[in-house]
Design a protein around this ligand. Structure first.
Ligand SMILES: *Cc1c(COP(=O)(O)O)cnc(C)c1O
Length: 558
């Protein structure tokens, strides 16, 4: 067992006594001070709090004259729970009930001998894992999510109200928006960090501003990790979003008027794949391809025929609402026959690719673009991977081609996300994400709802609600009233307007991140069918909303 200990000048003697007294029971790391030269207690608390927060030691002990200042300072750190205890009983309870990991002591308040007894009791007592204590400790952590923004309560209550509302919504609703997820605290910490303050036009080592060493380190980490995670030659982590990532590839490879073939928007494509209202459709010639009317999946032979006729400069694959595995190897063959660039926009499935739950496009494609905030579970942003030969063209397309200074705080959060995605538990998340989606899909299908393409291979599926006499717009509104959040979505060969739609899109990324598994998917699927079967029945919506809220609260947001 390892214990880190420090004091201020008022606590030096007691600290020295405790170092000796504990040396039999633990390996003690003495963080100072060595003498009674006046020092500031927060500086000393920081040292021990960092040891504990960073996992260097099992426990911390802090001593000042009252112990109060030390406990206040230490409790500012995430993952530190500092307890000011002047009896052995309080020390034992602080461990059992509260999971305290730092003990604060007042040298003017307890004798040295009794302080040693308190410290020994503290480090010898295990945390009580009984449900009610675990639940209350979890609530301390949950309060921590709000405390991240608690300065705004005073500084800007209107903005704080929006953050509070989002926090409550996440806590109490079932989020099935296929393009959303729930990012980690680590990711949010990096995104909200001081790296936001730095201008860094250019790339690591070649910036247009001074003082870029810290952000260079963050961006290098992001680049190295992204290449390792996806097995890519080169990456640009600066695009502000997925649309910007696509723009960067077009700017790097095309001239205005050149032709791109991409999946039609109303069949699952994306705005930035050539919608007439988007820059992509305004600058380039877009030829959409479609899915087969019978199977509602891509017919690769048809795609090949069309591509050979159209001869695009880019054959773009990837989608926002396509529930099936995409055959990247086959698309590479088509691109080779046509002699065009293969670009894959894996925005939706990047987390599945990273976690090994969907084949990777990276070995096949010339360029792969993605968002970082969908199944990949990072901050809102984009990136582009490419083969070495395109690295220069890509980098100059992003800067100075289309962006100024990169968002280094967001790039740091991307680095955090890539590291998380390299861990074993991310592979398990990706596997469970798909397993959950299949079960949720089957539960809804078993209640008589037609599923586009007959099922799903990935993190989302599309329900044809028109086949049961309602629009996607009305279905999504009824589910929203029941605390289940999905979006209306067009389905292939939709006869409704894009505003009304015949379908809803359902995704399992956020609920999987929260730890839900197959039994919860069956519950949620049953609620979806209950609400849609009785779309005008507000009593059903009320009942489901209560049950959904209880389920959401049982799976706390990280
Ligand atoms: C979400 C998405 C994007 C763009 O994302 P933004 O970050 O919102 O610009 C691009 N392509 C596809 C396929 C997407 O699903």
């Amino acid at each position: 067992m390892k214990v880190s200990i420090a004091s201020d000048h008022g606590g030096v003697d007691l600290k020295a006594f405790l170092v000796k007294a504990l040396s039999g029971a633990a390996s003690v790391l003495d963080r100072g001070p060595a003498d009674k030269t006046p020092c500031d207690y927060p500086d000393m608390a920081d040292k021990v709090a960092c040891d504990v927060a960073g996992g260097e030691v099992d426990f911390g002990i802090l001593v000042c004259r009252s112990g109060v200042g030390m406990s206040m300072a230490a409790n500012r750190f995430q993952n530190v729970r500092a307890a000011l205890c002047h009896t052995t009983e309080a020390a034992v309870m602080s461990r059992q009930h509260n999971g305290a990991n730092v003990l604060c002591l007042g040298a003017d308040i307890v004798s040295a001998e009794y302080a040693a007894e308190i410290a020994k009791a503290f480090i010898a007592t295990p945390v009580d894992e009984t449900d009610r204590h675990a639940r209350r400790r979890a609530k301390i952590e949950r309060a921590g999510r709000l405390s991240d923004a608690s300065g705004l309560m005073k500084d800007d209550p209107e903005v704080f109200a929006a953050i509070l509302a989002q926090t409550e919504q996440e806590d109490t609703e079932i989020n099935l928006i296929a393009s959303e997820n729930t990012s980690s605290r680590a990711c949010r910490e990096a995104a909200g960090s001081v790296l936001m303050n730095k201008y860094a036009e250019g790339y690591p080592g070649k910036r247009w501003y001074s003082g870029c060493l810290p952000v260079d380190a963050a961006e290098e980490l992001a680049r190295k990790r992204a290449c390792e995670l996806f097995g890519a030659d080169h990456v640009n982590v600066q695009p502000h979003c997925g649309s910007a990532a696509n723009m960067a590839v077009y700017f790097a490879t095309l001239k205005p008027g050149d032709t791109i073939m991409a999946l039609s928007l109303d069949q699952g494509g994306h705005l930035s794949h050539g919608s007439p209202v988007n820059f992509s459709g305004k600058i380039y010639t877009i030829v959409p391809y479609t899915v087969s009317k019978e199977t509602e999946t891509i017919d690769y032979d048809e795609l090949e025929k069309q591509a050979l006729e159209v001869k695009p400069k880019i054959l773009l694959s990837g989608a926002s609402a396509y529930p099936r595995t995409i055959d990247f190897k086959r698309i590479r063959e088509i691109c080779d026959k046509v002699g065009c660039l293969m670009v894959v926009d894996m925005a939706h499935i990047a987390g599945l690719v990273a976690g090994g739950a969907h084949p990777s496009p990276v070995p096949y494609a010339d360029f792969v673009t993605t968002t970082t905030h969908k199944t990949l579970r990072g901050p809102r942003g984009g990136l582009v991977l490419c083969k070495e030969q395109y690295a220069k063209a890509l980098d100059s397309a992003v800067f100075p081609g289309m962006q100024g200074g990169p968002l280094e705080n967001i790039i740091a959060a991307k680095a955090v996300c890539f590291r998380e995605a390299m861990q074993d538990d991310f592979k398990e998340y990706a596997r469970q994400l798909v397993a959950n989606c299949k079960v949720l899909c089957k539960t809804v299908a078993d209640r008589g709802y037609r599923i586009v393409s007959g099922g799903t291979d990935n993190h989302l599926f599309l329900v044809d609600v028109k086949s049961r006499g309602m629009t996607g717009k009305d279905a999504a509104a009824a589910l929203d009233a029941a605390g289940i959040v999905v979006n209306k979505n067009t389905i292939p060969y939709d006869t409704e307007s894009p505003f009304r739609t015949s379908g809803i899109r359902v995704g399992t990324a956020s609920v999987t991140t929260r730890g839900m598994k197959e039994p919860e998917m069956i519950k949620i699927g049953t609620w979806i069918a209950d609400v849609l079967d009785n779309i005008a029945d507000t009593a059903v919506q009320e009942r489901v909303k209560r049950e959904a809220k209880a389920l959401a609260l049982a799976f706390p947001v990280p």
